[in-house]
Design a protein around this ligand. Sequence first.
Ligand SMILES: [Zn+2]
Length: 217
Amino acid sequence: METPPILQILNKTGAMLKGDHFVYSSGKHGDVYINKNDLFAFTRACCAAGKLLAERFSKTDVDTVAGPAMCGVLPAQWTAFHLSNQQDKEVYGIFAERDSEAAFVFKRGYDKFISGKNVLIVDDIANSGGTLKKFIQVVKAAGGNVVAAAVLVNRNPKNVTADFLGAAFHSLADLEFPAYDAADCPLCRQGVAVNTTVGHGKEFVDKRELQSAMKHG
Ligand SMILES: [Zn+2]
């Protein structure tokens, strides 16, 4: 099978990490990690990713592309840029900020680009899909007509679906690979060192060392 273009982009920027021992934000462990922060530093790669999304929606009537801050900001902006060029009109690119851990809010007067508009929602990577689902509700509550939600990569294609989100849904690539609870992690069992540079490996290792010190102290 040919590698989807978005994964080629991630590979090229070095954002796609494999063959190591990672701790994800869910607390689970696995050997593949997408370091999206490394994608955002490469403007041409970000631009190309936005173009791929814009091509998917070239026949859709979109007024505004909206993303959740922080990681949806740049993909939403680049998608809006390419839609504007393709359709030769101004397609707005905006974002909502976290008000608290639980909620997003449109500040800066950006709600005027949502109310009564056809809104395409863009985020970088879907894991649990929880952020995307919340964000769709925020856009609807602000009076936006959600035409679709889209991500660069869906890490959880079995669960993150149009049904789950309550909106049409597209991903440029579905990428499923095993994630283990720490207690069942084969990499831990084999004594493979945890990557403490990306993801939540450092917290995991610090905690493990503290627990071990308490047990032996
Ligand atoms: Zn592990």
